[in-house]
Design a protein around this ligand. Structure first.
Ligand SMILES: C[S@@+](CC[C@H](N)C(=O)[O-])C[C@H]1O[C@@H](n2cnc3c(N)ncnc32)[C@H](O)[C@@H]1O
Length: 282
């Protein structure tokens, strides 16, 4: 009898457990992710593939994703998932007064113009280039009312930061004290662009390969700096053609970054003013 009571209260009796699927991590080849990323953004990681692969593994682990296959499935079926990966992987390095010779040339040209003019910065990252152009134009005596400026970038987080317009002291390194005082308000350890300048801008999250690009209008001046360094020849050609269709035919000027390789196309003519290189519509 004792035996049967013991059995009744025994802790050794195995309770049926719910089946838990054991997920095994598998991060071998990121090739499919790289290919899809390039097809959407135009960007390739060339010699940085190993570093980028490790970055993607970290991204997966932080987001409870167990394999590259699972990530691939997500980014090819959900726009949101793809956008998150884009925001994570694109390099938004930029700062105020970067490659300023081209902006100075723009000021010289714009000063002589009697009409209003439009400028596109594609890509604009977190907005420093757009605000650099505005500050430089205002400092050259160009009227606020003449300037219409648009910044686009594929990175949605960068665009939100551009709209917010708050920057670290490091980003403002090249600006004089008096320029900082005139155009920024210090808030804790950040410098915020004044509202008068923010109101002059339009920032949009957009891919330069998106059909929607055609709908943003025509521009007198286009800046596309330090994006082509991530593109191969085919993407550089495609993007250049897209920019051509946005550049005004009469007196339209296009500026690329110093390190950007620009393919020869029928629609742009290389031109030099002093030591500064720019492109005109053919
Ligand atoms: C290094 S930043 C350059 C920013 C600024 N033009 C400058 O020169 O300082 C490169 C930017 O290109 C953007 N980018 C990359 N591929 C893009 C695409 N297909 N469409 C729009 N922006 C893109 C990235 O998000 C990143 O912010």
């Amino acid at each position: 009898m004792f035996e049967s009571i013991k059995k009744l209260f025994s802790t050794n009796v195995e309770e049926p457990q719910p089946a838990v699927e054991k997920r095994v991590e598998n991060f071998e080849s990121a090739e499919k992710i790289f290919e899809h990323f390039k097809a959407v953004t135009g960007m390739n990681f060339n010699k940085k593939e190993e570093i980028t692969k490790n970055k993607i593994i970290n991204y997966c682990k932080r987001n409870g994703i167990y394999s590259f296959d699972e990530l691939y499935q997500k980014i090819t079926t959900s726009k949101d998932a793809m956008q998150k990966l884009i925001d994570y992987l694109t390099v938004n390095e930029t700062f105020f007064y970067r490659e300023i010779d081209q902006v100075e040339l723009l000021c010289e040209i714009a000063k002589r113009s009697h009409d209003n003019f439009s400028i596109l910065c594609a890509p604009c990252a977190t907005g420093e280039e757009v605000y650099t152009i505005i500050i430089s134009l205002l400092e050259s005596g160009v009227s606020v009312h003449k300037i219409n400026i648009v910044g686009i970038d594929i990175n949605a987080t960068a665009i939100e930061m551009a709209k917010e317009g708050k920057y670290s002291a490091r980003s403002l390194n090249k600006l004089s004290e008096s320029l900082i005082e005139r155009y920024f308000t210090k808030k804790d350890d950040k410098f915020e662009i004044k509202n008068e300048l923010k109101r002059m801008t339009t920032f949009m999250q957009m891919n330069v390969f998106d059909e929607k690009l055609k709908s943003i209008g025509k521009f007198d001046y286009i800046f596309s700096r330090n994006m082509f360094i991530y593109f191969n020849e085919e993407e550089r050609r495609k993007a250049t053609n897209a920019f051509c269709s946005l550049l005004k035919e009469h007196n339209g000027y296009m500026f690329f970054g110093h390190a950007d390789k620009v393919e020869k196309t029928e629609c742009l003519i290389e031109h030099h003013i002093g030591r500064t290189k720019l492109y005109l519509r053919a």
